[in-house]
Design a protein around this ligand. Structure first.
Ligand code: IPE
Ligand code: IPE
Ligand code: MG
Length: 246
């Protein structure tokens, strides 16, 4: 039977299945109020709690949040230390909230660069939320997509050099299994807050066909209603994946 004779398949779920967010604008939020940058980061952590809860209520199965990039280490030492402190606090204080939301936490990034107590907190939080299945919450910490792609490439090259892998078997599926996001579906919708319109080394491979939505709201002000507006915008888009569309 030719596919042309099949009835159009109305997508049973309009999606998005996976929303990724570049949480930007904490510093500007604080500056606009004459406050130190750390005050913006603190309010940014409140926004994380709000948005994770909102995403669960909206029935979004997967949400991925960019919290700290491999390039963010170049910030002043005080700010890096404030961010790491907030991260520690979040990992310890949010477990109950994550549990209430039915959230399974996964931290994505290079753990080698993180303090050992944070690595331990991450492992605890992941273990304690492992059985939850309402929403997957991925938090990217010490994450950089170029670094991730280079590591995947080195790993595959090593397997080829050791004679364990035939070079012609390297395809998109095999490559994805080497990425830090192995097993996570690609984002359908990528949101960046604060008016900046760039990717900043986030999920370069994974966002190949994501719909991009840039909003002016600064991250500490972002809430469930902003998320709903971005989703409404996503649903107005026509995804074509290089085809001619409907
Ligand atoms: C996002 O806010 C948080 C991190 C990148 C850690 P910023 O700290 O980048 O805020 P702006 O861009 O300076 O306003
Ligand atoms: C991207 O924001 C990284 C995170 C949100 C964690 P940045 O504020 O670091 O990005 P640039 O420097 O404006 O590109
Ligand atoms: Mg920024």
């Amino acid at each position: 039977m030719s596919t042309a004779s099949l009835p159009a398949n109305p997508d049973p779920s309009p999606g998005p299945n996976h929303v990724a967010i570049i949480m930007d604008g904490n510093g500007r939020w604080a500056k606009a109020r004459g406050l130190p940058r750390v005050a913006g980061h603190r309010r940014g952590a409140d926004a994380v709690r709000r948005v994770v809860r909102g995403a669960g209520e909206l029935g979004i199965p997967v949400i991925t949040l960019f919290a700290f990039s491999t390039e963010n280490w170049t910030r002043p030492a005080d700010e890096v230390s404030d961010l790491m402190g907030l991260l520690r606090h979040y990992l310890r204080s949010e477990l109950e909230e994550l549990r209430k939301n039915g959230a399974r936490l996964r931290v994505i990034g290079n753990r080698d660069g993180l303090a050992s107590d944070i690595v331990a907190d991450i492992a605890d939080a992941e273990n304690m939320t492992r059985g939850n299945s309402r929403i997957d919450v991925n938090i990217c910490i010490n994450y950089g997509s170029r670094d991730e792609i280079l590591r995947a490439t080195r790993s595959l090259a090593r397997q080829v050099a050791a004679g364990e892998l035939d070079v012609d078997r390297i395809d998109a599926n095999l490559f994805e299994r080497e990425l830090l996001t192995a097993g996570v579906p690609d984002p359908d919708l990528l949101i960046r807050t604060s008016g900046e319109q760039r990717i900043s080394n986030f999920l370069l491979w994974q966002c190949a066909y994501s719909e991009l939505v840039f909003v002016d709201t600064l991250w500490p002000d972002f809430g469930k209603d902003d998320l709903e507006r971005a989703i409404a915008e996503f649903r107005r888009r026509e995804r074509r994946y290089g085809g001619v569309g409907g």
